[in-house]
Design a protein around this ligand. Structure first.
Ligand code: 13P
Length: 248
């Protein structure tokens, strides 16, 4: 049985004060022994949240990580720096990074390796655009994004990682993949991994992301290959985020 994981992605939202109050409100809804809940927050709030969440089940993650270890890379944040701030997770290859900031399959694979090297669990985001889905390219796109990481990092590296299937057309649009549409892709991802390593395929958490809300979470999370959610908009409201967590 895979442990579920409900992860918020706050994106570039909030202020120092609102980040602290959102985390406080989320923590207030959790009890000792809860697991499988995390928030990927803007870099600049990591230190505050490390302190705030120290004795809480709420884990903290970053939204990206550099593809280099250290040095003259202006504006980048390394995985050593993230680790020092108590980061358990780092998103890599979010579609907003791929489309607005030029992250490529290759750089995403390097970021994935960099995160792991310092004990930060990479959350590899993959997913197709609407045009790609309409052209029946969903599986090709997702496979190519996944294979780039497997080729670079090796299949064993997937052991300490999470995958998030986020169809680009469902992100921030209010349009969610149906339970069956999402399950179909999650199953294909798991099968692709299973072709290389059955044990890793059975244990890896594959999250769904894209307009997940309390109203649709239950159905999605009940699917056999959907192990959790990567939640944008609804993670900015403690009540909605907790409702999704509780619907697991
Ligand atoms: P929304 O939940 O706002 O659609 O965002 C999903 C997402 O991009 C999470 O990484």
């Amino acid at each position: 049985m895979r442990q579920s994981l409900i992860m918020g992605n706050w994106k570039m939202n909030g202020s120092r004060e609102s980040a602290k109050s959102l985390a406080t409100a989320i923590m207030a809804g959790l009890k000792e022994g809860d697991t499988g809940i995390a928030a990927c927050v803007p870099y600049v709030y990591l230190a505050d949240l490390q302190e705030l969440t120290a004795n809480s089940p709420l884990a903290v993650g970053a939204q990206n990580v550099a593809d280099q270890e250290s040095g003259a890379y202006t504006g980048e944040i390394s995985s050593t720096m993230l680790k020092e701030l108590g980061c358990e997770y780092a998103l890599v290859g979010h579609s907003e990074r791929r489309s607005y900031y030029g992250d490529t399959d290759e750089s995403v694979a390097t970021r994935f390796c960099e995160a792991q090297k310092n004990g930060v669990t990479p959350v590899l985001c993959i997913g197709e655009t609407l045009e790609e889905r309409e052209a029946n390219k969903t599986f090709d796109v997702v496979n190519t994004q996944l294979d780039a990481v497997i080729e670079k990092a090796g299949i064993e590296a997937l052991k300490n990682s999470v995958i998030a299937y986020e169809p680009v057309w469902a992100i921030g649009t209010g349009v969610t993949a149906s339970d069956e549409q999402a399950q179909e892709v999650h199953k294909a991802i798991r099968e692709r991994i299973a072709a290389k390593d059955q044990t890793i395929a059975e244990s890896i958490q594959i999250l769904y992301g894209g307009s997940m809300k309390p109203a649709n979470a239950k159905g999605l999370l009940a699917m056999a290959d959907i192990d959790g959610g990567l939640i944008g908009g609804a993670s900015l409201d403690a009540e909605s985020f907790l409702a999704i967590y509780q619907s697991v």
